[in-house]
Write a protein that binds this ligand. Sequence first.
Ligand SMILES: [Zn+2]
Length: 124
Amino acid sequence: MKTRIEQWVLAFDIHDTLRAHLAEVVLALPDPIRDDLVNDEAFRLCEYEPGFTMTVPMCLGVSQRTGRAVALRRSLRHRHADFIRYVIAHELAHVHLRNEGRHPGEDPEFAADALAALWGFPRP
Ligand SMILES: [Zn+2]
């Protein structure tokens, strides 16, 4: 599985520091959640520099599901490892939950933080 994840993260045009943290977070995900993410050919992940025009690469899958995407701030790589992994896990939780709560009425931000913590990446 580790080799597969290392291959998977190479598909994203991000700094090697963020790529290494992404691989660590994805490896720690529960199997069904990791499989859902890694097998989603429409999933995109990129980094951006605030203040510059940004194009988030999106892809509409043949399944007609809306393409899921994460954009990480480029400067994130300068932060502490625990914070970087928390942010990545939080964003992947949004992807998993399709930007909704875990149940109707739940705040998506609360849900993403709760899932990130459950996966081993609590807000530092
Ligand atoms: Zn959020």
